[in-house]
Design a protein around this ligand. Structure first.
Ligand SMILES: [Zn+2]
Length: 336
């Protein structure tokens, strides 16, 4: 019995010894990639610069000057920049001179990631009971996404990832018309006509780009939209349109955030669909695009600063900008 016992022990030891090397390689396979360190403070600076131009309302000097600034920054960070100048109508028939800005890195590379945000500001804070017709800073709604992408561009210019990257700043996202606008600005008149072949007066720049891409037959492996990504204590949920068209990309981004310790900000919980530039990039542009957007599932809407005077620089948190930016760089630099 003793012998048998010892023999059994030996067999067990052998089995353990033989088994363990097989189990190890799976864990050892993880690639380690050097990802540049995104600065939330630098990103905040880019948000502040935009706000200081004044609200980026189409057909104003602040809008034109900001476009020049953004193009200059992308060139400084080594991108090839092209612009799309076009005219679009608002729901009231006002003609807007709009400008989409496209900054490309390694345009010769086949595999490309598209990153985007809108750079215009809504012309009125129609959700602000005290000042529904006034302009507002739009520090979060517009400037925050652009602020993150300028900091991303600064790193792309210094250290190239394996994939090509295009950054598109869409114009004319935020002159839309909804029940709130009708009630507050137009005495309840909800009869402004819809555009003939489109669903919305929102997202004029992305609608134009999706139909007239900056390069014929342009496509991207996938795309990530940022909107309202800088407010203190923001949380980002798995948004409905993103989950419909690109659930694998949502998973990739939310998992990257979790690896960095940001699962409290990137919450793995589904919420409803939002009309934003990604709708048109998916439906007309045929590129799978997700949206990282601050949303409050309790109120069922965006933060209470949305389209009001409190969307100003005091709302913006370098920490939140950093969380979003580091997650983006993690995703882009690990792509091969
Ligand atoms: Zn908006």
């Amino acid at each position: 019995m003793r012998y048998c016992y010892a023999y059994l022990c030996l067999l067990t030891l052998l089995a353990v010894a033989c088994k363990s090397p097989e189990e190890k390689p799976a864990a050892a396979k993880e690639r380690v990639v050097s990802v540049p360190s995104f600065s939330g403070d630098s990103s905040y600076h880019f948000v502040k610069m935009q706000v200081e131009f004044g609200p980026r309302i189409p057909n104003t000097a602040a809008h034109r000057n900001t476009a020049d600034y953004l193009i200059g920054q992308f060139r400084k960070y080594g991108a090839s920049v092209t612009t799309q100048d076009f005219t679009a109508s608002t729901y009231e028939g006002q003609k807007l001179a709009l400008r989409n800005i496209v900054a490309s890195y390694a345009p010769e590379k086949q595999k490309r990631i598209l990153l985007a945000a809108h750079w215009d500001t809504r012309p009125f804070s129609d959700k602000d009971p005290a000042k529904p017709r006034s302009s507002f800073e739009g520090a979060n709604d517009g400037a925050s996404g652009v602020g993150v992408l300028l900091e991303v561009a600064r790193h792309l210019g210094r250290q190239a990832p394996q994939v090509g990257v295009d950054i598109i700043l869409f114009d004319g996202e935020d002159w839309g018309y909804d029940a709130q606008t009708a009630d507050v600005l137009h005495g309840g008149d909800r009869n402004f006509p819809l555009p003939p072949d489109l669903q919305s007066w929102w997202c004029l720049g992305s609608q134009h780009w999706a139909k007239h891409k900056h390069k014929p037959n342009y496509s991207a492996y996938y795309a990530i939209l940022l909107d309202m990504v800088g407010a203190k204590d923001s949380k980002f949920f798995r948004e409905g349109v993103s989950m419909e068209y690109a659930p694998g990309i949502v998973d990739k981004v939310w998992s990257a955030a979790a690896r960095l310790g940001y699962s409290g900000t990137f919450v793995k919980q589904n919420v409803g669909a939002i009309t934003d530039d990604h709708v048109f990039v998916n439906e007309i542009g045929r590129i799978p695009m997700i949206n990282i957007v601050h949303y409050d599932p309790v109120s069922g809407f965006f933060g209470d600063y949305h389209h009001s005077q409190s969307d100003n620089l005091s709302l913006i948190s370098p920490e939140v900008l950093g969380i979003v930016g580091r997650t983006l760089l993690q995703v882009v630099y690990y792509e091969e």
